[in-house]
Structures are given as structure tokens and as C-alpha cells.
Design a binder for this molecule. Structure first.
Ligand SMILES: Nc1ncnc2c1ncn2[C@@H]1O[C@H](COP(=O)(O)OP(=O)(O)O)[C@@H](O)[C@H]1O
Ligand SMILES: [Mg+2]
Length: 243
């Protein structure tokens, strides 16, 4: 059997008196787009930070395609292909769209990631920014900037991308474009995704399976429809989120 693309096994993280990750176990299969949902403060970002090496776990294991990554430095985890895409990738206003994409690649490349030229061409198409390839980033609209930021995130070659609230503060048209980007990177590169979002309509479109976190623990796992039927999930969260 193939190892899961991303695996968290019994992860624990305490902040003072608060157990922000409480024995969290989850396995995302290769090529899957997994949703991670739950109320504010449930521990979703903490889990993202634990698997991507931003936080050190108190205990537990993180594996990428069967390889133990637990508590490796962030850049080493990224180099191995587990990439956290930050929504607020820094853009350089006076650099062109193309130069921004290239800079994102240079900043995070590893020796085996090639020269990035083909990837850059693909991102110009995926972001629909090819007509603006030689335009300075500061001349872009807010939506175009959001697309470029997402494109910069995908310039880092990865087998698994972790996105924390990639749709917040983004207008509906650009949301659709970002959804298409994620689906295309998933289909063409076979990349696996773990996506935190509170937007149930988008989660329903993107994620056949979701993991629900509540109070630091994995509370449920299944399709959105399945977990939405669980009384504890409805009471704790989804009842409100689905209204
Ligand atoms: N660096 C930190 N120091 C102290 N407490 C933290 C830290 N990061 C997160 N927390 C706490 O852990 C809990 C989970 O937070 P978080 O993982 O951000 O939740 P979510 O992303 O699901 O909204 C919250 O109570 C939050 O205040
Ligand atoms: Mg969060």
C-alpha cells in the first residue's frame, strides 16, 4: 500500500494551560484535496504550523510520503516537498508579474527543482496573468495581486501544499480562479492539498473529504454531508456555519 502523502500521528502541542493540538492524527492520501474545518480557535492553524515546522510538537510524528519530518526545520520540510503557501506572499511592486514569479521560485528552490522556467510559464497561464507578464505588480488590481500571490506560492515545487484560509478577503470572481488553480495543480502535478477554510460552499466543491477539528482534537472525518449529520459537529460548529 502507498504511504499517505501527509500523515500526522498523535500530535500534541500545548500553549501554557491550553492543549491546542490534542493527540491529532490524520492521513491525507496522495492526490487528495482534504478540507480542514472547525470553529475559530479549534487548532487548525496550530496543526498547519506543526506539520510545516513553524511550531515544534511536544510529541507525535509528521510524515511526508512515509518519511519522518517531525521537528525538522521549516526550510528542510519545504525542501522535501511539503509547502505551506501563505496568502500574503510578499510581492515586489516595482518588479513585473514574471519577475515576481521568478523571485518566488529563487527564494524557495532546492537543488533538484530545476530552473523553474516551465513552471513559470504554467503559472502565467494558471493565473491568467500572461497578458500582464511584463507589468509591474503595483499596477495590478487587488484581485490580480491575489492571483499572483497564489501563483508565487505554487512556484515552490511541492508534492503537498498546505493552505490556511486561502480564500479569506478575496472577491468571488478571484475565488473561482483560485479554486481552478488548485484543481489544475492537483490534476496536472498530482499534488496533494490540505486546505483550511470556513467557506463551506468552497469546501464542498474542492474537498471530497473533510477533517473537523474542535478544541484541539479531530472531532470528525468524512464527506461534508456525512460530518454535517453528526450531532456533536452540528452543535459545536456546523449548524452555524451551514446556515
Ligand atoms: N503561538 C501561540 N501561543 C499561544 N497560544 C496560541 C498560539 N497559537 C495558537 N494559540 C491558541 O491555540 C488555540 C488554537 O488556535 P489556532 O490553531 O489558531 O485555531 P484556528 O486556526 O482553528 O482558529 C487558540 O486558543 C489560540 O489562541
Ligand atoms: Mg486559523
Amino acid at each position: 500500500m502507498t504511504a499517505p502523502a501527509l500523515e500526522a500521528i498523535a500530535l500534541n502541542k500545548r500553549f501554557g494551560g491550553l492543549q491546542a493540538a490534542d493527540n491529532v492524527t490524520l492521513a491525507v492520501q496522495p492526490g487528495e484535496i482534504r478540507g480542514l474545518i472547525g470553529p475559530n480557535g479549534a487548532g487548525k492553524t496550530t496543526l498547519v504550523n506543526l506539520v510545516t515546522g513553524v511550531y515544534q510538537a511536544d510529541s507525535g510524528t509528521v510524515k511526508l510520503a512515509g518519511q519522518d519530518l517531525t521537528n525538522l526545520p521549516m526550510h528542510e520540510i519545504a525542501r522535501r516537498g511539503l509547502v505551506r503557501s501563505f496568502q500574503v506572499t510578499r510581492l515586489f511592486g516595482s518588479l513585473t508579474v514574471r519577475e515576481n514569479l521568478h523571485t518566488a521560485f529563487l527564494a524557495r528552490r532546492s537543488p533538484d527543482s530545476g530552473d523553474g522556467a516551465a513552471r513559470l510559464e504554467q503559472m502565467l497561464d494558471l493565473t491568467s496573468l500572461r497578458p500582464l507578464a511584463d507589468t509591474a505588480a503595483k499596477k495590478l488590481s487587488g484581485g490580480q495581486r491575489a492571483l499572483l500571490q497564489m501563483g508565487c506560492g505554487f512556484m515552490v515545487p511541492g508534492s503537498c501544499y498546505v493552505l490556511d484560509e486561502p480564500f479569506s478577503g478575496i472577491n468571488p470572481v478571484i475565488k473561482d480562479a483560485i479554486i481552478e488553480m488548485i484543481l489544475t495543480v492537483n490534476r496536472t502535478a498530482g499534488a496533494t492539498f490540505l486546505i483550511v477554510s470556513h467557506e463551506m460552499a468552497i469546501v464542498r466543491r474542492l474537498c471530497p473529504t473533510v477533517t473537523v477539528m474542535m478544541e484541539g482534537r479531530v472531532a470528525a472525518h468524512g464527506s461534508l454531508e456525512e460530518v454535517a449529520r453528526l450531532p456533536e459537529v452540528i452543535a459545536g460548529y456546523l449548524g452555524k456555519a451551514l446556515e
